[in-house]
Design a protein. Structure first.
Length: 132
């Protein structure tokens, strides 16, 4: 191998890989801009949501926005990762982890919310069993 081959070949490889990566980078940037704009439009639509037959409180509207915005940004990031060619199994593992986390959080929340009723029920059962 000559001196020129030793130094030219790595640069050619680098520029070939760069030429393949730049379109993906531009596509990801466009997806990010479009997704961000869609999220902003959805937030404006949620703010404008006003149905007379509903008792739609501002607190509920804020809660919906507080759940919608981070969730949609996570989905946007996952779409961008898919654009870069990150394996689908990685994305599905992340989604599964998020799903399990939400399931555990909801289970704990409902468990804490129903704790007083469960305590009353056990007290009633103990009282009924002690009188027999």
């Amino acid at each position: 191998m000559t001196f020129a081959d030793t130094f030219v070949a790595p640069f050619q490889l680098f520029f070939n890989q760069l030429a393949l990566f730049v379109p993906k980078l531009l596509a990801a940037y466009v997806i990010w801009l479009v997704g961000k704009q869609l999220i902003e439009w959805a937030v404006v639509a949620i703010d404008r949501l006003d149905v007379k037959s509903w008792e739609f409180d501002d607190v509920v509207r804020e809660k919906i926005k507080n759940v919608f915005v981070p969730t949609s940004k996570i989905i946007l990031v996952l779409v961008i990762l898919d654009t870069f060619g990150i394996a689908t199994s990685f994305v599905s593992a992340i989604v599964s982890g998020i799903t399990y986390t939400l399931a555990i959080a909801l289970g704990l929340a409902f468990g804490k919310a129903l704790e007083p009723e469960a305590k009353d029920l056990t007290q009633k059962v103990k009282h009924m069993l002690s009188h027999k």
